[in-house]
Write a protein that binds this ligand. Structure first.
Ligand SMILES: [Zn+2]
Length: 345
């Protein structure tokens, strides 16, 4: 189905140009090499596997679930210079204070979220809840950003499944923009913006919905910027992941499993992505306009073919998409709900 239009992104308050009629134009540019061979369950040279030495000299404990530690090469940290040189106006400077942590999802070197049982993904959700609450309560922390960079094409050198957490003295730009949009929408309509987005996604039989239960819904949004961008959204508005109740947290883990399995099944490869927890500033409380959700931003638009950010995205600041969100969702919906590696074994 050819689509040629611009779609409004209500959370970012910007246009996305969808030019899906160009999808099959000839391509002579770069491609991404095929996925690496199967990995062992334990790698003696991996700095994240249980019992191994890390780069900084510390040694991992023989952990058997999740494992969280302070990043050995933090980009924000308590040891950053406290008094950087003041630049001339209009420039400003502040210490790169904060906390950077690493979350190993499991002891298994070879299991990504897509191949972990939902209960084990629930343990990762539990880490995000605990760390967001604890780091967010520390002095000087304004925001806690939890994310996973997955795959060599997004720059991950160590394949051991892990995520990162940055607790910072500022609020990340994306969340600041989403909070402002959500606050304006709530003031104007007395409805939550994400609640209206969920309602819009459910309309017409939910053509872009990939997974839904009583508590959580996952979909490729109408305004997706990436070909296989997926939002995983609790239906109840809470500002932070720790404000979910236990049933909602379990439903979130099940939805993350369902989504990552379908992404892997798409091209029968470990699907690269940037996954981000969109959370309110640390001091937000119940009733805040911000609606916590998780976004997957996969950089591939075809097997081994990257979405390049160029003039429109880097220069103009808006996205141009070559693919139709409806067609992408239809592809994912048609796939088996069981991981291809499990069926091959
Ligand atoms: Zn490992």
């Amino acid at each position: 189905m050819a689509i040629w239009e611009q779609r409004w992104h209500p959370l970012r308050e910007e246009w996305v140009v969808v030019a899906a009629h160009r999808q099959n134009r000839p391509w002579t540019g770069g491609t991404v090499a095929a996925a690496a061979a199967a990995r062992p369950a334990f790698d003696p040279d991996c700095t994240l596997c249980p019992g191994n030495a890390r780069v900084g000299g510390a040694r991992n404990p023989p952990y058997d679930g999740t494992f969280v530690f302070d990043n050995d090469h933090p980009c924000v940290g308590p040891d950053a210079p406290a008094d950087p040189a003041a630049p001339p106006a209009p420039y400003r400077v502040a210490p790169a204070a904060g906390h950077a942590r690493v979350v190993c999802f499991s002891p298994r070197h070879d299991l990504t979220l897509a191949e972990m049982p939902p209960a084990a993904i629930g343990d990762v959700v539990e880490v995000w809840r605990r760390e967001t609450r604890d780091l967010g309560a520390r002095p000087g922390i304004e925001h806690v950003l939890c994310f996973e960079n997955k795959g060599e094409v997004v720059g991950v050198s160590n394949p051991h499944p892990h995520g990162q957490i940055y607790a910072t003295g500022f609020v990340w730009k994306t969340m600041e923009v989403e909070l402002a949009a959500s606050a304006r929408h709530l003031a104007a309509t007395e409805r939550g913006l994400m609640e209206d987005i969920i309602r819009a996604e459910q309309a017409g039989g939910g053509p872009r919905i990939l997974h839904e239960d009583e508590r959580v819904v996952a979909f490729i949004p109408y305004f997706a910027r990436y070909a296989y961008e997926v939002y995983v959204v609790p239906k109840r508005r809470v500002p932070h992941i720790w404000a979910l109740d236990d049933a909602e947290a379990a439903a979130l883990a099940a939805a993350l499993s369902a989504v990552t399995i379908r992404l892997d099944n798409l091209w029968r490869m470990s699907f690269p992505y940037v996954m981000v927890l969109h959370q309110a500033p640390a001091r937000a409380s119940a009733g805040d306009p911000f609606h916590f959700f998780i976004a997957f931003h996969p950089p591939l638009r075809r097997p081994h073919l990257l979405k390049y950010l160029a003039g429109p995205e880097i220069g103009g600041g808006n996205f141009l998409s070559d693919t139709s969100p409806e067609a992408s969702a239809a592809e994912l919906k048609a796939l088996p709900a069981v991981h291809y590696a499990a069926t091959a074994r």
